[in-house]
Design a protein around this ligand. Sequence first.
Ligand code: SAH
Length: 398
Amino acid sequence: MNDTPKRPTVRMQPSRHKRVAHGHPWAYSNEIQMDATTKAVPPGSVVRLVTHNGAPLGCATFNPHTLIAARVLDQDPDATVDRAFLAGRLARAAALRERVVGRPFHRLVHAEADGLPALVVDRFGDVVVVQANSAGMDRLLPELLGALDDVLDPRAVVLRHDTPARGLEGLPSEVRVAKGEVEGPVAVEENGLAFFADPAGGQKTGWFYDQRDNRAFVAGLAAGARVLDVYSYNGGFAVTCAARGAASVVAVDRSEGALDNGRRAAEANGVAGRCEFRKADAFVELERMVEAGERFDVVISDPPAFVKSKKDLAAGARGYRKLARLSAAVTAPGGFLLLASCSHHMNPELFGEQVAAGLADARRTGRILRMAGAAPDHPVHPQLPESAYLKAWVLQVD
Ligand code: SAH
């Protein structure tokens, strides 16, 4: 259906359009001419975005009640945004994943970078997990589900609509199966190994594909090693290390469900005999290990985001520093340490300061071997470099 005739026009304030004109995908509410008509545009509408003088900038989804008010969908202000349009974007995203991952286990859509603002789609074979994180994407959901059928025809679709971002957009929090059935954990394949993820009940979409390449790198250092994987979740790092020849692996997490998925993965890959999945609080267990003099040749500390909003920055930074200290302390001399942060607000420079300070607090020295981010199925929009949220640094510790 062509929605062009009734598409509202949203005007930017004088000379506030330059960033968007240069390809930035967002217009903030304080850059928009918020007259009564614009304020009354229903949240999630597709609008024509124009400069103050009426020059077209593109078509965008619009929510008059959020800071990121307009999210550009296309440079053509009158582009038809329908099932076929969304299928085109999905097909382009799928072709990229086919090339960079090659297997149907990946992040299929990474929002703005894939031309689908605020949309995340993770693929687990014939099951897909969707997060529509703006009023605009939420409104387009029926067309999007149709487009997913056109491009992938998944057996099941789970809506993981319990994200904080949806709250900011005035959208309800819910987890719902939109197509087919999903009972418990689904199979994941990564780096040639078998894993299990719980799309409806796990963290985020059920699996963190962003660490795929970092898991492979660290596992490449793990032959014959004693490995500690803190915040192990479904055992992504732990089981990859065991499969690449680690002598023993201890995985620590506080979630019994996550540990069970890790145990299943260890069994499935024939390494259960060398893996222990231990339920504990990460800091408590690390402190106990430091006291007890337990040491590991490879240590992985990939925690949940310690900084969820800007106001947590100082406390979160202290958390990363403490984690770096304790993780370095349990790393045997000459061993390897992966420290990660997925907090958007923790920029690489600030993260680096915590890593360095934590190492010094532990009275250890070392060298950084690798400063990596997310795998390439999590591309970054060139105008949103700050959306490169993941820092995963690997050190050798003396
Ligand atoms: N490293 C994982 C991802 C970690 S997600 C991977 O490669 O996939 C964060 C994990 O930390 C979750 O499994 C959560 O259960 C666990 N977690 C959060 N707080 C914790 C705590 N205080 N102690 C132990 N585990 C914790």
